[in-house]
Ligand binder design. Structure first.
Ligand code: SF4
Length: 392
């Protein structure tokens, strides 16, 4: 995914490349790959990921051409004449971000967690779930499949806060991926120290998914015992300074959250310079202290997406799996039509995916990855969106 359209480098200024495809120009950094003007490349999230042989690139561009312009036309029609707040947000998305839709693969490689967040099914106190850890080799073979066979160009490697994966193991893993399976690597591994994150950046990680969950300090300390709000926010800021692309956001519907606080959460996400907004409905897990919490309405979520888009026209805004779970029929489509422009596809083997139960009945848990890719492409094409994200 995000793989289909290569571009040609038409200008190169030290490490900043201007990439053109079908007359559109995007900027991307080239610190991951050595390139020159005239090369064809895949880029993702503003980074050049790999070179593409010219003949292969031209063939792909030819195959895509008709569909590419058809999709743009469909998107334009669907974004016309906005009236509701959702339609206005969608029109802003169309104006500032075009029809690109970023599609990351997410690999959940361990459900062990040393933390005990009240809102999470894999919290350390939950003794009722089976725990698993993928070996580094197993992770690499899943990444190989995702990159080489399924065509993913951006991957999120996610786990609980599991220190079995020490700096050395993580470094080996990232280096191997970078050297063998070109892709934009995001880490979602919790509050590691800055030194570890720096090292992982040096060996090739480029993104960090780390949500602050709530901007309400009182709720934060109540529901995330043993963690400091200030420390977490500082870590996110420092990761951005290191150079990481940040995916961050919050939960909607935590007990005690006031509706006006959602706006503060959106503002904080923007202020943290998030490359991608990631916020989902709070779906309670039966084996957690918050098991009785009612679900938020779909409209509350769509409203948060629309407001995020109006506040941050150029952001990527994710349709989270939790939103798809909240409304399996309409969640993803309506999220995309309210201003969102990113999706994630779970590439974790199903036997593990079932155990990564941060909340129950997650959408897509039982679908094989190819089925899910087909469903996502059908949805995106019906809305005039292209699964590509070359740069800015
Ligand atoms: S939310 Fe994250 S840190 Fe908290 S218990 Fe769940 S996996 Fe662990």
């Amino acid at each position: 995914m995000c793989y289909a359209i290569p571009g040609k480098i038409v200008e190169l200024d030290t490490r900043s490349a201007t990439i053109e495809y079908y007359g559109e120009k995007k900027k991307a950094y080239t610190d991951l790959v050595d390139v020159k003007e005239g090369d064809y490349v895949y880029a993702q999230g503003g980074f050049v990921i790999s070179k593409v042989p010219e003949e292969e690139a031209l063939n792909i561009l030819k195959d895509w051409q008709e569909l590419f312009f058809q999709l743009q036309e469909t998107d334009r029609k669907l974004s016309n004449n906005p009236k509701t707040i959702y339609q206005r947000a969608n029109a802003v998305r169309q104006k500032y971000q075009g029809n690109s839709c970023c599609v990351h693969g997410i690999l959940e490689f361990s459900n062990h967690c040393s933390q005990n967040c009240f809102y999470c099914g894999i919290r350390s106190d939950n003794r009722n779930i089976s725990r698993y850890r993928m070996s580094v080799d197993e992770i690499l073979s899943n990444v190989e499949y995702a990159v080489n066979k399924l065509g993913f160009k951006a991957l999120v490697l996610q786990s609980g806060e599991d220190y079995w994966y020490d700096e050395e193991k993580l470094t080996t893993m990232i280096k191997q991926i970078r050297d063998n399976f070109p892709s934009l690597i995001f880490l979602s591994i919790g509050e590691r120290d800055e030194k570890t994150y720096k090292r992982l950046f040096e060996v090739g990680a480029r993104g960090a998914l780390i949500r602050f969950e709530t901007s309400n300090r009182e709720l934060y300390s109540r529901f995330k015992p043993g963690s400091s709000y200030d420390k977490r926010i500082d870590l996110i800021r420092n990761l951005r300074k290191i150079g990481y692309l940040i995916i961050t956001g919050f939960l909607v519907g935590l007990p005690g959250q006031k509706s006006k606080e959602i706006l503060t959460d959106i503002q904080l996400t923007a202020e943290l310079d998030a490359e991608m907004f990631s916020f989902g409905p709070f779906i309670p897990h039966p084996q957690t202290p918050l098991h009785n919490t009612p679900l938020p309405e779909l409209d509350t979520m769509l409203n948060a997406i629309a407001k995020s888009r109006l506040m941050s026209p150029s952001a990527k805004i994710l349709v989270t799996t939790a939103l798809e779970t909240l409304d399996k029929e309409k969640g993803a489509r309506e999220g995309l039509m309210a201003g969102a422009n990113s999706l994630m596809i779970n590439i974790t083997p199903i036997k593990y995916r079932r155990l990564y139960e941060i909340y129950p009945n997650r959408a897509g848990t039982e679908d094989d990855t190819q089925t899910r890719i087909d469903a996502v492409l059908t949805l995106l094409y019906s809305l005039g969106r292209a699964p590509t994200d070359l740069g800015i």
